[in-house]
Design a binder for this molecule. Structure first.
Ligand code: SF4
Length: 499
């Protein structure tokens, strides 16, 4: 597999109105998060008493057929998950959401991220004779939550509640997770104290009546919201636990519980802006598209190419940066590649020829736009170089005169331990060469330049503003805090690497 992978998308819904079809809302939510993981998907829904689930390998639309969805009719709340495996094998046993029985009834969990102290937590569970059946971090979280609840309930059954349980888990493990936990009648949205993985809250309304609340959403990104008539309410804050539930009179409650031990340091993943999130997603109150556009503008200022005929990109995540470069440089934006959106996953074993051309199968060439042209090609990031090398070859063989690569992020030089599948240092192309001239040679390009780390930060922070509606009671100044993980670019990890 050639590209960089996110570790998952999580989605949860709580219906206020009984007519809401929970399984359908989750289906559309997962389709809107499909870019975060394509290996497996699943959902678990609760009717207030029992939980039902579907899970499978492959894309959401392949797994959640009409027949499967019929099995999940009804329900008042539910959670869903799309997965790319970073921990644990890519098989059905590791599909999420997962669930377990606890002292306080069944709980289900959908998780995005990777626990940095996983080995310690695993040993702790095993030493208490708690069995683990998979290699996944998500099972560790689930079993720890169940174990803490048991401890609290033995000590004081009256006051044992999930907010306290989750808070204790957060004190035991600070990185990296966003997860949604479901009991038979409540949803809990949790973001780690560093805010490394994203999670937001949405409110969805009746078609044509935006004042009538139909229910509430928790989601890795706001990208699915348009498809389910939802609006972004706010992000879950770093270290925050939110609980969504209906009270006895049918009114919805959203309770926020800030983690008192929340670290002062924040480490939101910068790569969400660079590549992972969909361009229409809102992070920190700004469109991801706008940040990518500004990255392109800064790149045009800092790394110009003179007398070029056109600016183009590797679609689709590089498109906003290419447009930014074009507007800033006044060099026209012209497409040279189109992405074949229908490639999907194939389970047919590739033969020699198809294996060679797996990248080329994903793209088509707009040959008349290429012939004889001096092209500035924008890419959002270069990791191994496995995508860009065959594309440069294809553009050259279609008659491109010159190809100048401009990368809208800094060189990726370090692996990620927070849930992103970044290869080892030796596999990263930026570490295989001593200079940009050598890199250009390796890529068979005429030149290569990257956006600097300082300019990426400038692009990210440029337009940030905060309004009162984003300040949460009880958290106060936390909503103004920000800080980023840049470890894959700079080697500076949010916590010291002692595992
Ligand atoms: S190392 Fe890179 S990909 Fe991983 S969390 Fe940090 S910024 Fe994101």
């Amino acid at each position: 597999d050639m590209e960089l992978h996110e570790a998952c998308g999580v989605f949860g819904v709580l219906a206020k109105e009984p007519c809401v079809k929970i399984a359908e809302v989750i289906y559309h939510g997962l389709i809107g998060l499909q870019h975060r993981g394509q290996e497996s998907a699943g959902m678990i829904i609760s009717d207030g008493t029992t939980m039902k689930e579907i899970k499978g390998m492959g894309l959401v639309s392949h797994i959640m057929t009409d027949e499967m969805m019929d099995r999940l009719s009804g329900g008042k709340l539910g959670i869903g998950h799309t997965r790319y495996s970073t921990q644990g094998a890519s098989d059905l046993a590791n599909c999420q959401p997962i669930s377990t029985e606890t002292f306080r009834g069944r709980i289900a969990l959908a998780h995005n991220g990777q626990l940095i102290n996983k080995d310690h937590l695993r040993n702790q569970l095993l030493s208490q004779d708690i069995k683990l059946t998979t290699e996944s971090d998500s099972e560790i979280i689930l079993k720890i939550l169940a174990a803490i609840m048991l401890k609290y309930s033995n000590y004081d059954p009256e006051s044992a509640d999930w907010m306290k349980v989750i808070e204790e888990f957060m004190n035991q493990s600070v990185l990296s997770y966003s997860f949604i936990m479901m009991t038979r009648d409540r949803l809990y949205g949790v973001r780690d104290p560093y805010g490394n993985r994203p999670l937001c809250i949405g409110r969805f309304h009746a078609e044509g009546d935006t004042t009538r609340t139909m229910g509430w959403i928790l989601s890795s990104e706001s990208s699915p919201f348009l498809s389910i008539s939802a609006k972004l309410w706010r992000e879950v804050q770093p270290g925050e636990i939110v609980c969504l539930h209906l009270s006895d009179n049918g009114d919805e409650n959203l309770i926020s519980h800030p983690n008192q031990n929340c670290t002062n340091k924040l480490a939101s993943c910068l790569f969400e802006y660079v590549y992972f999130s969909r361009s229409d997603t809102i992070l920190e109150n700004q469109m991801v598209y706008s940040v990518r556009f500004r990255c392109g503008q800064l790149l045009a200022i800092k790394a110009p190419v003179y007398n070029a005929d056109l600016v183009s990109c590797i679609p689709n995540s590089s498109t906003p940066a290419a447009l930014g470069y074009s507007i800033q440089s006044t060099i026209p934006y012209v497409q040279v590649l189109i992405r074949n959106t229908y490639v999907g996953r194939t389970f047919i074993q590739p033969n020699h020829q198809t294996r060679q051309s797996s990248i080329k199968r994903k793209f088509g060439l707009l040959t008349e736009n290429i012939l004889g042209k001096k092209i500035i090609l924008i890419d959002d990031s270069i990791v191994r170089g496995n995508t860009i090398i065959p594309l440069i070859q294809a553009l050259k063989s279609a008659g491109a005169k010159e190809i100048h690569i401009r990368v809208a992020s800094p060189p990726v030089r370090h692996p990620c331990f927070m849930g992103i599948d970044i290869p080892t240092q030796d596999e990263l192309i930026a570490n295989k060469v001593a200079s940009l001239t050598q890199l250009a040679k390796k890529l068979d390009a005429d030149s290569v330049e990257y956006l600097s780390y300082q300019d990426l930060l400038l692009a990210v922070q440029n337009d940030m503003y905060f309004t009162d509606c984003f300040i949460i009671k009880g958290i106060g100044d936390n909503s103004h805090r920000r800080g980023y993980c840049s470890a894959c670019f700079t080697g500076e990890y949010p916590v010291s690497l002692d595992w």
